[in-house]
Ligand binder design. Structure first.
Ligand code: PHE
Length: 441
């Protein structure tokens, strides 16, 4: 079995990991949080957390995955046979499954809005009428369910194609496209009259807004954005070749993710302020305010408004699909290995289960919020804690070092190992615990 395990190409694994990292979290959550918790002050804390806590946590998960060459549950079982660690792995994958379900509901909304931009554009009368489109769509029964099913179905089709022909190939096309799209959108957004207020909102450091809650959110957001603690990084890394440099792969993923988040801020906020709107939380920001902005623009130049709306929702859709497939793969790969199922069968089962849970999330907003809350505040945190404690305290230092440095062949990694190991052991686990309890209270 292990010998026939598929492998990513060198660039493929970087783009697939970046694809998992770059997602809805970057586009709608990051810009909002930056504004809410003190602009540049928040960005500084976010960057410090990203390099000091998220990066070691990401590396730990990646090292476990590549060393074991197995998906989450079996990886932990094979590295610590007969122990209970595998159950924590199962918990992490369960978290990935929950996110898969509600994430595809939001993915469905972006598909729906992309279709609307193509077919008829948006109403420019006032911000309320744009918001009403979103409210009507989410309140209706069939339309969001259909969009959710289509989004999930398409993502599952990529998974059925496999690691190399599906995920690798799809990421190689989509990630470069995403960067072109987001940079083009940013240039456009910054050229709008009044966009400077949006920049001020993002960049003015205001340390008084940087509350303990804001600090906890920075770490939670960084974990979510880097797809940590869900077995996703572990599973993708299990398809990584042994000669791949884990450290540079992880650093590149982190840089791509941060770059995309910051640029998204430069797309969303200048546009929001230019239209005289106020930024607000959650998906509503991009689904309610942005259509209005493009519609207004469309009043002056219909073609431009239409093209920008299509570009924007296409960006969200692609970013959401590349994240969605990583979560599905985390679940599918575990089912395949544990139950000796074929890829098709495992994908069908996840499709049906996620379809059902997603429908429930779509129909009941309290179920949606609950799934979001438990997956990002409980499962993700416990998963991240489990992987870092496992790599830092359970695995042999020499085994971890051998994996980190490709058996001592990588000079820079060898020099940096001590620092990484120190952070992994002594800084990351307590930091996760502090954030975990802050988020629950
Ligand atoms: N990183 C993705 C985002 O920013 C979400 C995600 C979370 C993907 C956990 C996989 C696992 O939107």
């Amino acid at each position: 079995m292990a010998a026939s395990r598929e492998k990513f190409g060198r660039m493929g694994v970087i783009l697939a990991l970046a694809g998992s990292a770059i997602g809805l979290g970057n586009i709608w959550r990051f810009p909002y949080m930056v504004g809410e918790y003190g602009g540049a002050a928040f960005i500084i804390v976010y960057l410090a957390f990203a390099f000091l806590i998220s990066l070691p946590a990401f590396l730990a998960e990646s090292l476990i995955g590549r060393k074991a060459g197995k998906s989450t549950y079996d990886a932990l079982e094979s590295l610590a046979p007969g122990t209970k660690w595998k159950w924590l792995g199962l918990l992490a994958v369960l978290g990935a499954f929950i996110i898969t379900s509600y994430y595809s509901v939001v993915g469905g909304w972006s598909l729906d809005f992309l279709a609307r931009s193509v077919v008829r554009g948006f109403d420019s009368a006032n911000p309320e009428s744009a918001a009403a489109v979103f409210d009507r769509m989410t309140a209706s029964t069939i339309e969001p369910l259909l969009a959710h099913a289509l989004f999930l179905g398409f993502s599952c089709m990529i998974i059925v194609l496999g690691v190399k022909k599906g995920i690798d190939r799809f990421s190689k096309v989509c990630i470069p496209l995403l960067f072109v799209l987001i940079v083009a959108m940013m240039l456009f957004s910054l050229s709008l009259p009044g966009s400077k207020d949006g920049l001020d909102y993002l960049l003015k450091p205001d340390f008084s807004k940087l509350t303990p809650r804001g600090i906890a959110c920075a770490l939670g957001q960084s974990f979510f954005s880097m797809s940590i603690g869900m077995g996703v990084v572990l599973t993708y890394s299990s398809y990584m070749k042994k000669q791949q440099k884990i450290l540079s792969t992880s650093v590149l993923t982190l840089i791509f993710d941060i770059f995309f988040a910051v640029i998204s801020g430069f797309v969303v906020m200048p546009a929001v302020f230019s239209a005289g709107l106020r930024p607000e939380a959650g998906p509503s920001l991009v689904f309610e305010s942005i259509p209005y902005i493009f519609a207004q623009m469309g009043a002056a130049s219909p073609l431009l408004g239409r093209v920008m709306a299509i570009g924007f929702f296409l960006t969200i859709l692609i970013a959401a699909i590349t994240s969605e497939i990583s979560m599905i793969e985390s679940c599918v790969s575990m089912l395949m290995e544990r139950l000796h199922w074929g890829r098709k069968k495992a994908t069908w089962v996840i499709f049906c289960a996620a379809l059902l849970l997603g429908c429930w999330c779509s129909l009941r907003s309290n179920v949606f919020s609950f799934c979001d809350f438990v997956s990002s505040n409980v499962f993700m945190m416990l998963g991240a804690l489990a992987f870092t404690v496992f790599a830092g305290w359970k695995m042999e230092r020499s085994a971890l070092k051998a994996e980190f440095t490709n058996n001592g062949r990588l000079k820079l990694s060898s020099a940096l190992f001590g620092g990484f190991y120190f952070l992994l052991k002594y800084l990351v686990p307590p930091a996760i615990l502090v954030i975990f309890f802050t988020n629950l209270l």
